[in-house]
Design a protein around this ligand. Structure first.
Ligand SMILES: [Ca+2]
Ligand SMILES: [Ca+2]
Length: 203
């Protein structure tokens, strides 16, 4: 899949063993910056650096990204298998938000059924886009089409137990301007597959 936005990730073939520790936004520590890129390329997931130095050597104000307040730095590392399925999990959460919002009787919505259905049949491209755009607009409280720090901080307050979310948001800021535009948002979910057969049937 080739989106318009490509991460500035030079995919190294191998890295030196030079010791210049970098701590990722997922709280994984790497011997040097090259190894951050190497691992990110291997997973095909964007991985931003939280700060240069050991993860245990964090001091206030050293966080590189200003997209999310450092108060939201999770206490535990987001492990690789958790990270690999994070976009799917987040998108299911977004689906539940959308179904609840759109229902006239939110208490009666069968949320498990909605999620189970997408797990069985997969997402159509239209469903995926609708759910992600809904969630983007829901986070974008001031409606200016950009997700800014205050808005992302507010969302993280709602899901404090999601230890991958902090890093996922920061890593989605591909141009490093400390806000997320819609293009970056959609790109962040590029690995959530859509079921093309289903979509043809719907037309
Ligand atoms: Ca906004
Ligand atoms: Ca950005």
């Amino acid at each position: 899949m080739n989106g318009d936005v490509q991460p500035e990730c030079p995919c190294p073939i191998e890295c030196s063993d030079d010791i210049d520790p970098h701590c990722s936004v997922f709280l994984e520590e790497y011997e040097n910056l090259c190894k951050v890129h190497l691992h990110a390329c291997k997973m095909q997931i964007n991985v931003a650096v939280k700060h240069r130095g050991r993860c245990s050597d964090y001091a206030e104000g050293r966080q590189i990204s200003k997209l999310v307040d450092e108060a939201h730095i999770p206490t535990d590392e987001c492990l690789e298998d958790e990270l690999l399925q994070f976009a799917d999990r987040f998108q299911e959460w977004a689906l539940i938000n959308k179904e609840t919002y759109e229902s006239e009787d939110p208490a009666a919505v069968n949320l498990n059924a909605a999620v189970t259905q997408t797990r069985l049949t997969g997402w159509t491209a239209l469903e995926k886009e609708a759910v992600l755009k809904f969630q983007f607009n829901d986070i974008d409280i001031n409606g200016n089409g950009i997700l800014e720090k205050a808005e992302i901080d507010a969302m993280l307050l709602h899901v404090p137990h999601e230890k991958c979310l902090f890093g996922f948001m920061i890593s989605s800021d591909l141009d490093g301007d400390h806000v997320l535009n819609e293009e970056e948002w959609m790109e962040a979910f590029k690995h959530v597959n859509v079921n093309e057969v289903e979509e043809e049937n719907e037309v």
